[in-house]
Design a protein. Structure first.
Length: 250
C-alpha cells in the first residue's frame, strides 16, 4: 500500500506544497516512484512528516529540526530558548488580556498608559491624552513617579484649572496661577526628576520637548497655556530672588 503526495499530505494534515518544500530543503527523503512516474509514499514518510509537523507546531524553526532531533546539547539549548520565548509571549498575551479587560470595563482606560488605567475615572480626558503622549518619551521610572504623583487626592485647584474658560479675564488667570504655583513648587520638590526632561526622558531632549509642547498646545486652550506660563514666571522669579538673597548673605 503506497500513497500519493496528496494522500500523504491529507494524512499528515498539511498540503502538497509543504511536502514538496520539505523535499527541497532536505527534511523529507524523496520516495520511490511507480512505473508511471508517480511518487509512492510509505508509513516511514508519514511518520517523518508527522514528526516534522509536530516540531514546527511547537515553534521549532525548520532549520533547527535536524539539530533538535539529534538530542544533543545544542538541541536542549534550542528548546530552552524556545521555552523562554514562549514564556515571554504568554506574559505579553496575559498583559494584553488584562488591558483588554480594563478597556471593556471602562472605555476611558483606552486613553491611558497601561499602568495608569486605575486612574482613568479620576482624570479628565485632556489629562488622560497628555499622559498617553508623555508615555512615548518618559522613562519607566519617570512614569512611575508621575503615577505616584497623580495617585494623590484631586484638589479643588485641579478642577478649577480644568474648568477654566478660554475667555477667562486676566485677573482670574493671574489669581489661579498664584494659587497653583506653590503646589507646582511642591511637586518639583517631591519629584525633581520630572522637571528635567534630560533625565526623565529616554528620547533626545529636543524630541522630548517637542512632544511636550505639541501635546500642551493640542490639549489645552489659550487660557490654560497662559496660566501655565504665569506659573512658570512666578517660580522663575522666586528662584531668582532666592538666588539674590543667597548671594547677599555670602
Amino acid at each position: 500500500m503506497a500513497w500519493s503526495t496528496r494522500q500523504l499530505a491529507e494524512l499528515a494534515g498539511t498540503t502538497t506544497k509543504t511536502v514538496r518544500h520539505y523535499h527541497e530543503i532536505g527534511l523529507l527523503d524523496e520516495p520511490e516512484r511507480a512505473s508511471n512516474g508517480y511518487k509512492r509514499y510509505g508509513v516511514s514518510h508519514l511518520v517523518r512528516l508527522l514528526r516534522i509537523r509536530r516540531l514546527t507546531g511547537l515553534g521549532v524553526a525548520l532549520a533547527d529540526v535536524p539539530s533538535v532531533e539529534s538530542g544533543d546539547e545544542r538541541a536542549r539549548q534550542i528548546l530552552r530558548d524556545l521555552d523562554a520565548e514562549l514564556a515571554a509571549d504568554i506574559e505579553r498575551r496575559q498583559r494584553m488580556r488584562r488591558e483588554l479587560a480594563a478597556v471593556m470595563e471602562n472605555r476611558a482606560a483606552l486613553d491611558m498608559p497601561p499602568d495608569f488605567r486605575t486612574l482613568a475615572d479620576d482624570l479628565p480626558e485632556t489629562q488622560r491624552s497628555l499622559l498617553l503622549a508623555y508615555s512615548s518619551i518618559l522613562t519607566p521610572e519617570a512614569m512611575a513617579a508621575l503615577r505616584e504623583q497623580l495617585s494623590g487626592p484631586r484638589g479643588d485647584l485641579d478642577a478649577e484649572f480644568a474648568a477654566l474658560d478660554e475667555d477667562a479675564p486676566d485677573e482670574v488667570r493671574q489669581r489661579l496661577a498664584e494659587r497653583l504655583a506653590p503646589d507646582v513648587r511642591q511637586q518639583q520638590r517631591d519629584y525633581p526628576g520630572l522637571a528635567d526632561l534630560g533625565l526623565s526622558s529616554h528620547r533626545d531632549t529636543a524630541v522630548a520637548q517637542s512632544v511636550v509642547v505639541h501635546a500642551l498646545v493640542e490639549f489645552y486652550h489659550r487660557a490654560h497655556l497662559d496660566v501655565l506660563q504665569r506659573v512658570h514666571a512666578i517660580l522663575f522669579e522666586d528662584d531668582a530672588a532666592e538666588g539674590e538673597d543667597d548671594a547677599a548673605q555670602e
